[in-house]
Design a binder for this molecule. Structure first.
Ligand SMILES: NC(=O)c1ccc[n+]([C@@H]2O[C@H](COP(=O)([O-])OP(=O)(O)OC[C@H]3O[C@@H](n4cnc5c(N)ncnc54)[C@H](O)[C@@H]3O)[C@@H](O)[C@H]2O)c1
Length: 266
């Protein structure tokens, strides 16, 4: 799929990776980029800067998501590219409160189900469409210190994979974005408590615009897995090759991060 002349919807487009994607789609010639976010002011700001449209949307509200998709289809004729990008980072173990688990599940997984459920019929009817799911390296590996985040991001990868298998022969492309650290407001949630941890995380972080450029390339090449940090491919291969060895390595990493006073969450 070529991005030029497409109608694009980016959820979580008011900040970080979503805002950079919206800007990159615009720069790549998309005919309109709709920025949907629960943060009305920032969504308006991003949309205004690229001549797009802002929609205030809580992605966990299925009826509101359906209405936003209907509005875009009626106003612009179709949705070519749907980016399910809004996400939240929730730390904690199995004893994180149920409300935290549920909220993380709703934003990081069910919102992808809802948006896809309502955007797919139009795409299938036209025999053409593209879905980008923002998961995380935590969805392929794990996020030390953040069970709700790791588990829901694994589910987001699983959903994207399932969609690619199920609809790939019907004109629907799917990519799954799995970055490690990216320099956005969310990075603070991963950065731990000490200066040493913060510096370590910041040192590994790449910019949202670098990620956004890779997303556009992946759409045009129709590549499923987008790994802005190439080392994640190696870790993922190591995990598949020898699961027990990989778990032992992650325990050692956890120990060393604990020594530095951080969660090492990613
Ligand atoms: N920053 C990183 O290091 C990193 C790494 C891997 C994956 N990710 C993923 O990238 C995506 C974007 O995160 P980011 O780093 O740009 O963070 P961010 O906090 O800058 O942006 C997230 C955006 O999502 C919006 N959002 C959150 N909940 C929402 C809801 N219920 N309804 C509508 N909008 C909602 C926020 O308002 C915000 O604008 C997330 O899915 C995140 O999990 C981020």
């Amino acid at each position: 799929m070529q991005v030029k002349d497409t109608v694009v919807l980016v959820t979580g487009g008011a900040s970080g990776i979503g805002a950079a994607m919206a800007e990159e789609f615009h720069a790549s010639g998309a005919s309109v980029v709709v920025v949907a976010d629960r943060d009305e002011v920032r969504a308006e700001r991003v949309a205004a800067s690229i001549g797009g449209e802002a929609i205030t949307l809580d992605v966990t509200d299925e009826a509101a998501t359906a209405a936003a998709i209907r509005h875009i289809e009626e106003r612009y004729g179709r949705i070519d590219i749907l980016c399910c990008n809004a996400g939240i980072a929730t730390a904690g173990s199995v004893d994180a409160p149920n409300d935290d688990w549920q909220r993380t599940w709703d934003v990081n997984v069910m919102a992808h189900v809802y948006a896809t459920r309502h955007a797919l019929p139009g795409m299938l009817q036209r025999g053409s469409g593209y879905i980008v799911a923002t998961a995380s390296a935590a969805g392929l590996l794990t996020n030390i210190g953040a069970a709700p985040y790791s588990v829901t991001k694994h589910a987001a990868v699983a959903l994207a994979e399932w969609l690619a298998v199920t609809y790939g022969d019907r004109g629907i492309g799917v990519s799954c974005l799995c970055p490690q650290f990216v320099d956005t407001p969310m990075l603070d949630a991963f950065a731990g408590r000490t200066d040493a941890m913060k510096a370590w995380v910041r040192g590994l972080a790449i910019t949202p615009s670098e990620v956004a450029a890779m997303v556009v390339t992946a759409i045009e090449d129709e590549t499923f897995l987008i790994l802005p940090h190439p080392e994640v491919a190696t870790y993922f291969r190591n995990k598949a090759n020898d699961y027990d060895r990989w778990i032992a390595g992650m325990r050692r990493l956890q120990e060393s991060l604990r020594d530095q006073g951080g969660s090492g969450a990613m």
